[in-house]
Design a protein around this ligand. Structure first.
Ligand SMILES: Nc1ncnc2c1ncn2[C@@H]1O[C@H](COP(=O)(O)OP(=O)(O)O)[C@@H](O)[C@H]1O
Ligand SMILES: [Mg+2]
Length: 275
């Protein structure tokens, strides 16, 4: 099969021989009368990054919160390993768009939070917290408070806090949307470096098409009202992904493909008259 054919497959599945870790089946969610999405079906491998793009308000955050067990879904099921998600489960961590740090806690205490909540022994906390602070490049800033740090540093701290519980599922909700463009690029490659070192199943929500294509092994395009999976695009770019990846003709092709899918949707949405 050529790479072109692979990319147009409407629902490429995870690589052969890879056991899925997250299974989302026929998922549906309402808020009262508002049906946010329906019939969402996809799987994520234990060592796979699935990026999700879709117009604002299509339910990306809602979907992540359902997978995290923070919100109940009303139709279908979510499995992480063999566990059915009905409430937050161990081994799943979330990184939020607005960092989600406790402003009154230092970097050290923010990173230690998840471990303390999980009842980790003191010795474990003292060993792991510095390790994850170092991994995200914040060594030396253990005693800093969030207000003293740039957005990029705060999100490094958010990432360290998520990683400290050594999750096998990492859920990222537009984690770099609130930082400037240069910092965003630095953090994208930092994330890839960290993921290579400690791979997990990852769902990465973004509204940046470039970011989705750079980071994802597959890209899910959500659309419609209520939304559902419009397309699942395999990103057959070589790994590890680096700055050179951005220069590849194949990168440009894939970016165009995701872009045209989303633009069709945006145009249709723009020209709808309210009844
Ligand atoms: N707690 C809530 N109660 C009612 N409606 C909500 C709630 N959270 C989100 N919504 C609505 O659900 C839709 C999807 O929201 P969201 O998941 O935040 O979308 P996205 O992350 O894709 O922008 C939007 O129309 C939003 O206004
Ligand atoms: Mg959102």
């Amino acid at each position: 099969m050529t790479s072109q054919q692979t990319a147009v497959n409407p629902s490429p599945s995870i690589a052969a021989g890879t056991e899925p870790l997250i299974r989302v089946r026929n998922l549906g969610k309402h808020y009262g009368a508002l049906e946010v999405f329906r019939k969402i079906d996809f799987e994520v491998g234990a060592r796979e990054i699935v990026a999700i793009v879709g117009p604002s308000g299509c339910g990306k955050t809602t979907l992540l919160r359902c997978i995290d067990g923070l919100l109940p879904h009303d139709v279908g099921e979510i499995l992480v390993g063999n566990e059915r998600v009905t409430e937050p489960i161990a081994g799943v961590a979330m990184v939020f768009q607005h960092f989600g740090l406790f402003p009154w806690k230092t970097v050290y205490e923010n990173v230690a939070y998840g471990l303390r909540m999980a009842g980790a022994p003191k010795a474990d906390i003292e060993r792991k917290v510095p390790e994850f602070i170092k991994l995200v490049g914040l060594a030396g800033f253990e005693k800093a408070f969030p207000y003293q740090m740039s957005g990029g540093m705060q999100q490094r701290c958010g990432l360290a806090r998520a990683l400290a519980i050594e999750p096998n599922v990492l859920l990222m909700d537009e984690p770099f949307a609130a930082v400037d463009a240069q910092t965003r690029e630095i953090l994208q490659f930092e994330l890839l470096r960290i993921w290579e070192e400690r791979p997990t199943a990852m769902i990465f929500v973004t509204h940046s098409i470039e970011e989705a294509v750079l980071l994802g092994h597959r890209v899910v395009v959500l659309k419609g009202r209520p939304s559902s999976i419009h397309e699942m695009i395999e990103i057959d770019l070589p790994e590890p992904r680096t700055r050179e990846t951005l220069q590849l003709p194949r990168f440009a092709e894939l970016r165009e493909r995701v872009w045209s899918t989303l633009m069709r949707e945006a145009r249709e949405a723009e020209f709808v008259l309210e009844k």
